[in-house]
Write a protein that binds this ligand. Structure first.
Ligand code: ITT
Length: 205
């Protein structure tokens, strides 16, 4: 079985490969195939995931797997949300993007944890060349801390403290971020969405 992982984000790619590993699927990324990046014109995570998966499936004639994700900050009316990647600018400066969120939270007087609620969302889409699609979405809730902690993961991980944990995603290994065995796949937005997808259309080998 061959699958295209329709992402150009190395942090996501590493996580998606780990999630797919138990399924014996040979996965190649859109970046490795030299595919272009379609414009993400959707108004929500789900439609942007579909745009990316459909574009890759049409270009390669292979089933294609895309994630659209981001961090939703309650005190900022949901920003950056679907614009999470874009807030880091062309240089992908997530230290600056996190500092920007912190600045806006301070301006709104959001200093206590209850005013610093946020969640990550992951929408996953698998599109087949015949236009069949499967779509799932999941979230993980937590609070935003300052200063950021940890160097693992990617994007906004160092600022995000998931509920019920004492370490940020930036301080966790990717295995912990997915959710530790034996339960597994129970913590991050991406792992939770992947578990739903696996129930629909994947068989372990
Ligand atoms: P592709 O579209 O090529 O997959 P992208 O980075 O542009 O890559 P998105 O538009 O979905 O993808 O943007 C998601 C952004 O949200 C991503 O750049 C991160 O900054 C943030 N994000 C998503 N999941 C995250 C996670 O698990 N940890 C930290 N930040 C995350």
């Amino acid at each position: 079985d061959r699958l295209v992982i329709a992402t150009h984000n190395p942090g996501k790619l590493a996580e998606m490969r780990e999630l797919l590993a138990p399924y014996g699927i040979e996965a190649v990324s859109a970046g490795e195939l030299g595919l272009g990046e379609p414009e993400e014109t959707g108004n929500d995570f789900r439609s942007n995931a579909a745009i990316k998966a459909i574009a890759a499936a049409r270009a390669t004639k292979l089933p294609s797997f895309a994630d659209d994700s981001g961090i939703v900050v309650e005190a900022l009316n949901g920003a950056p949300g679907i614009l999470s990647a874009r807030w880091a600018g062309p240089n992908k400066d997530f230290a600056a993007a996190m500092a920007q969120i912190e600045r806006l939270l301070q301006e709104r007087g959001a200093t206590t944890p209850d005013k610093r609620r946020a969640h990550f969302v992951s929408a996953l889409c698998v599109a087949w060349p015949d236009d069949h699609r499967e779509e799932v979405e999941a979230r993980v809730d937590g609070t935003l801390i300052w200063p950021p902690r940890g160097t693992a993961g990617f994007g906004y991980d160092p600022m995000f403290l998931p509920d019920g944990h004492t370490r940020t995603f930036g301080e966790m290994t990717s295995i912990e971020k997915h959710g530790l065995p034996p339960l597994g796949l129970g913590l991050s937005h991406r792992a939770r969405a992947f578990r739903k997808l696996a129930e629909i259309c994947l068989e372990p080998r």
